[in-house]
Ligand binder design. Structure first.
Ligand code: PFF
Length: 478
């Protein structure tokens, strides 16, 4: 058993390797896989994006995930303190802990808008739940969704939600409250328990709905769409997007993984564990594509609908599909589970830090931070209606057109995560004590040398490129 941040409560780490894997897979698998990945694939033309994304995961994401776990378990504390301890034991400046600080701040900011989007999911669980119930009570549980309203009304549901600050804030509050409650309950009794219940349920739903889509939708076209590469679509901004998505989806650079790594027992071999988690996350993103696109393409809808793909196109598709009202409900429950196990990890990073830094009790830390993130999220929600004209970083070219939520999303995803990842790679690749890193990694000989080479050279080079082109897209267009 491992001492954890906030050990005053006598808290211990994960109860098994499996518990750690489920919690970390839960952190990784989320809105990023089911909402963002298919949206990006749709917008960026399919196959070539997918291939480039896979390259990013294997060459950059997986090695960096192992780096995060190594720092966490070696430091056995929150992200800042873990980085600081590893720096100290390596005889380099404790200032390297700055990447831990960026990670925690990034995680906290992501949580604030993540909860808003997850709130939309709750709203759709509510809508489709009501729809399913009324169909069931009418004796027709296997009807299509929303049988009594027209297609325009179904596709207008998203707009109606966005117009209402009260609704947006209520569902956001509900989601944040559940997140806080789980984190406040502790690593073992909250986070681990949630992951061990929700993740298996998530996988069961994913398999069922994918099989359903394969039989009722157009699986062949979806396969072709996802895997036929058209490399002319792979422009530098698209590559930039793919690498950013890999960071976001794997939860890199956001504090959660270092913190989860701190709770892992010494006898767990981190290298294969990091590989398992990265590959599972990637498989889920691909399967999510194979769940969503057959349904969307099967009813002739546009796969490049952007963020509305899930909240607008799919409900329209469910309207005409067999058992659409049941499948729609299950689909939104599935996303809710995925989002919840991710938001928990987003809150756990800052909570562990506040416990260590200020000696707060866990429930107090979780509640205070949750409340603060909630308030920032409220601003994001208002950005869809009363503050629709606000452009927080409007003076900055790349953010000139983006509303409050998209600005936070872009700022964290394009700048903070890669920056933290870059510093982490330099730290683990060049600064941290070689023997310490080797002992924690679970790798030895050629495998260790290869991993360290990738972290020291390839990751910094590739990540600097995303940062550069993310911040100065003009460099690409000349
Ligand atoms: N990986 C999550 C997703 O794909 O939805 C989002 C996320 C969770 C990012 C936790 C960062 C993090 F620390």
């Amino acid at each position: 058993m491992v001492a954890t941040p906030g050990a005053q409560g006598g808290e211990q780490g994960w109860s098994s390797r499996m518990a750690f894997i489920l919690a970390a897979v839960g952190a990784a698998v989320g809105l990023g896989n089911i909402w963002r990945f298919p949206t990006l694939v749709g917008e960026n033309g399919g196959g070539a994006f997918v291939l480039f994304y896979l390259g990013c995961v294997l060459l950059i994401g997986m090695p960096l995930m192992l780096s995060e776990f190594v720092v966490g378990r070696a430091g056995k504390s929150d992200a800042v303190q873990s980085a600081s301890r590893v720096a100290e034991r390596s005889g380099v400046s404790r200032r390297w802990r700055v990447f831990g600080g960026i990670e925690i701040l990034a995680g906290f900011l992501i949580l604030s808008f993540y909860s808003v989007v997850a709130g939309w999911v709750i709203y759709y669980v509510w809508l489709s739940g009501g729809d399913f119930l009324s169909n069931a009570l009418a004796g027709e549980p296997f009807r299509g969704a929303f049988p009594d309203i027209g297609q325009d009304a179904v596709s207008g549901m998203m707009g109606a939600l966005f117009e209402s600050p009260v609704r947006l804030i209520l569902v956001h509050a509900a989601f944040m409250a559940v997140t806080v409650w789980i984190v406040a309950s502790g690593v073992h009794d909250g986070i681990e328990k949630a992951a061990t219940w929700l993740m298996p349920a998530f996988f069961a739903l994913l398999v069922c709905i994918t099989i359903y889509g394969a039989f009722t939708g157009d699986f062949g076209r979806a396969l072709a769409f996802l895997f036929t590469p058209d490399f002319s679509k792979l422009t530098p901004p698209v590559m930039n997007e793919a690498l950013g998505q890999a960071f976001f989806s794997l939860s890199l650079g956001a504090g959660g993984l270092i913190t989860y790594g701190a709770y892992v027992a010494k006898d767990v071999n981190l290298a294969p564990t990091a590989a398992t988690i990265s590959l599972t996350d990637t498989a889920v993103a691909l399967v999510a594509g194979l769940m969503i696109f057959p349904i969307v393409l099967g009813v002739g809808l546009d796969p490049s609908a952007g963020p509305a793909l899930i909240f607008q196109s799919l409900p329209v598709a469910f309207q005409t599909m067999p058992a659409g009202s049941l499948i729609g409900l299950l689909f939104f429950i599935l996303i809710f589970f995925a989002a919840l196990t991710s938001s928990i990890s987003l809150l756990e990073g800052p909570t562990a830090w506040a416990i260590d830094r200020f000696g707060l009790r866990r429930p107090v830390a979780a509640m205070l931070l949750g409340l603060l993130a909630f308030l920032i999220g409220v601003a994001c929600a208002l950005g869809y209606n009363v503050w629709a004209d606000v452009r927080p970083l409007g003076f900055w070219g790349i953010f000139a057109e983006t509303d409050i939520l998209d600005t936070l999303d872009g700022f964290t995803g394009k700048i903070m995560l890669p920056l933290a990842g870059l510093l982490l790679a330099i730290f683990v690749g060049w600064k941290a004590d070689r023997r310490l890193i080797e002992a924690e990694s679970g790798l030895s000989g050629g495998a260790f040398a290869l991993w360290r080479f990738v972290v020291a050279w390839l990751c910094p080079a590739a990540v600097s490129l995303i940062l550069l082109f993310g911040l100065f897209p003009g460099l690409l267009t000349g």
